[in-house]
Write a protein that binds this ligand. Sequence first.
Ligand SMILES: Cc1cc2nc3c(=O)[nH]c(=O)nc-3n(C[C@H](O)[C@H](O)[C@H](O)COP(=O)(O)O)c2cc1C
Ligand code: SF4
Length: 435
Amino acid sequence: MRPELLAKLTPVLTRRWIEPDAWRIDTYERLDGYRALRKALAAHPDELIALIKESGLRGRGGAGFPTGMKWGFIPQNDNKPHYLVVNADEGEPGTCKDLPLMTHDPHALIEGVIIASYAIRAAQAFIYVRGEAVNAARRLRNAVAEAYAAGYLGKNILGKSFSLDVVVHSGAGAYICGEETALLDSLEGFRGQPRLRPPFPATHGLYACPTVVNNVGTIASVPPIVLAGAAWWKSMGTEKSSGPMIYSLSGRIVNPGQYECTMGITLRELIELAGGMQPGHELSFWTPGGSSTPLLTADHIDVPLDFEGVAAAGSILGTTALQIFSQRDDPVYATYRWLKFYEHESCGKCTPCREGNNWMVRTYQRILSGQGTHEDLDTLLDTCDNIVGRAFCGLGDGAAAPVMSSMKFFKQDYLDYIEGRTPPRLSDKLLVGAH
Ligand SMILES: Cc1cc2nc3c(=O)[nH]c(=O)nc-3n(C[C@H](O)[C@H](O)[C@H](O)COP(=O)(O)O)c2cc1C
Ligand code: SF4
């Protein structure tokens, strides 16, 4: 492998994953674990917020919001409890970075939780884990118990006046509970549906108190930044997208998995790191950040995979979940499968998403069963137009993204179904009202 390419591999969050018993506190402590906490507790909370701002760390949950700025929004001296809530709901199709992190290195997250809670003056933190992630939740609960026993959690942590309790909460497996306000409702015991904003969680979050919601990868990035400094973090990545990023690669490549690299790496380089495309497969289309980000094509193989680079190419970095498809894969059918997911996961609160996704699924079923018309293509675009920017939360926009982008790049594939050149892929028994 080319040395300059290998140099782009920057294992920071992933570096302990291959250690035997990586998830145990002894292993973690042997490999720098809880050193950052000692350093952090010796500093003033505001210094930590300033450090995270200086590092340029941006949220790893999809939107890339600057983390230090988010922490800085928490009001001080307000005599209200403050909460840290870790979003570990990871459910976006193709995304697989938070679950392996929690399974292999749960203490990295817990140490980040303690430091972040100290910085925002929270005495209670929650880790909201996706319901299906039973193994990750079990590892986290064990790690939390180990951290209490070692004096890293509970009263007067490491002999300081700072105390913190952490609860690991398993959701019930709804994708919408990854949306931060739906997550808060779910955590409070209500049905998980997004809240109207403003007010934002920074002032009215969990139990209407100031709350920071951060992704697993965001919080796990905090201890290395505290230990090695903002300049070290910024030495990886690009000016506005600093640090290493875990890219999850799946699909038609030889070695799928998580590749932690400097931000700004390209798909061409990642495919090379992953051993290339599978024999007989050529890159056709891919998602840069999960299925709710607009598809890109082989023409975008050299786009820098950072927040700005992907946006300039017309998509979103999202969760850096690269699902890689070849000329042997069908963009119409792939889009249909994603859409089925979003239709199923729509919480039903707003009409554009609840009705629009159902309409679009039915339109795809018509097209894929050989019953589609040219008008169906206009209907799809018109429906997307009525969802994007009109839905109550990001799920609606996310559902429309693969539809609009696949129609932009692969219109011919749609026409081939409609004009009979591609044989039907679905039975027409699926169609509403049929048989
Ligand atoms: C439908 C939907 C699902 C989401 N799912 C997740 C998720 O599973 N994990 C996550 O961290 N953020 C998810 N987000 C983004 C969160 O709302 C929020 O932006 C994020 O947790 C903030 O953390 P960060 O600033 O550390 O990225 C989702 C957003 C939407 C609209
Ligand atoms: S966009 Fe979809 S998921 Fe979001 S509030 Fe509306 S119905 Fe619910």
